[in-house]
Ligand binder design. Structure first.
Ligand code: PBG
Length: 323
């Protein structure tokens, strides 16, 4: 026997030397839920360790994250029911608390990378990502709303727009409106392959944004499909996306890999709420080790080809890896 792969595993320094994939806090994007209240710090049952932060205290939370080495954040608004309507009009009102938080965070911490979510659902009485008419989710009438929302976020100072709505043609539509208004430096990270997944449950609890009727299968992708993800990726590239995202991550590692191997844009992945909640439930029962399992999960997403990972684990990972 000449070939003995175990020789490359015989002690830690060798193992580290031959390691193919690296995972660092620089790769992680931390999701933050923000509310219109002052001083709020409310727990989310299905997301242990994650809070809804009031628009003032979120600044302190970002400061704590920066101290741990986290540099990238994605913001989600928890919109009061009274501000919701069928057209998500609150999303582009200039006095909206989400835009206020974006502006404050960028002025307090100009070096962080701040990403937004663009979709109607947090602002919509229907809980869908597009405009609903007679039970149908309309594509083209949703585009101007998504673009108004994106423009308002760009004006507030967002670095990266994250369209998560899966309407056709929205990346190109948003790009054009941003450029026409002088925001050609605002990036777009497109949720290009977003699946109609059962793993979003805890997130919808956090935002109270579950669809009021029907499901999201006419716009989010069928979990059975992979070629279709490539089609979406190519379209978003043509339309001017800067980065692509696959969502969820762990059940879609093959999709991450396929897109990464076929495009030149950076691919990111969203390690979603249900994936985070599953591990916490198992850890609570004493069935899995938190740090080791979390690290293995995140590493597998990187190994599949993701550059950045949106993950609720970011803060704990950073804490475990403090130097
Ligand atoms: C909204 C949106 C969702 C998530 C991110 N943006 C929910 C949905 O599409 O229903 C889910 C994120 C998570 O589960 O962590 N467009």
């Amino acid at each position: 026997m000449y070939a003995r792969p175990r020789r490359n595993r015989k002690y830690d320094a060798i193992r580290k030397m031959v390691q193919e994939t690296h995972l660092h806090v620089d790769h992680l994007i931390y999701p933050l839920f923000v509310t219109n209240n002052l001083g709020e710090e409310s727990r989310i049952d299905a997301l242990p360790g994650i809070y809804r932060w009031g628009k003032d205290v979120v600044i302190k939370e970002v400061e704590r994250c920066i101290a741990l080495g986290i540099k990238s954040f994605v913001l989600f608004p928890v919109v009061p029911e009274a501000f919701k309507d069928g057209k998500a009009s609150y999303s582009f009102q200039s006095d909206n608390f989400y835009l206020e938080v974006i502006a404050t965070l960028k002025s307090e911490f100009p070096d962080i990378s701040l990403m937004s979510d663009v979709a109607l659902d947090p602002y919509s009485t229907d809980g869908h990502d597009g405009v609903v008419e007679n039970g149908e989710i309309l594509n083209d009438p949703s585009l101007p709303i998504l673009a108004d929302m994106s423009l308002a976020q760009a004006q507030a100072g967002i670095d990266i727009i994250g369209p998560s709505d899966m309407m056709d043609g929205r990346v190109g539509y948003i790009r054009e409106v941003l450029d026409e208004n002088g925001y050609s430096n605002t990036s777009i990270m497109s949720y290009c392959a977003k699946y109609a997944s059962a793993f979003y449950g805890p997130f919808r609890e956090a935002l109270d944004s579950a669809p009021k009727s029907g499901d999201k299968k006419t716009y989010q992708m069928d979990p059975a499909n992979k070629k279709e993800a490539l089609r979406e990726a190519f379209l978003d590239i043509e339309e001017g996306a800067d980065m692509l995202m696959v969502k969820p991550a762990l059940s879609y590692l093959d999709v991450i890999q396929t897109i990464d191997e076929n495009v030149t844009l950076p691919v990111t992945a969203y390690n979603v709420s249900g994936e985070y909640a599953m591990l916490h439930a198992a850890v609570e029962k004493g069935w899995l080790d938190y740090e080791a399992t979390m690290t293995e999960m995140l590493l597998s997403i990187r190994r599949a080809g993701a550059k950045g990972i949106l993950t609720y684990f970011a803060k704990d990972f950073a804490q475990f890896n403090q130097s």
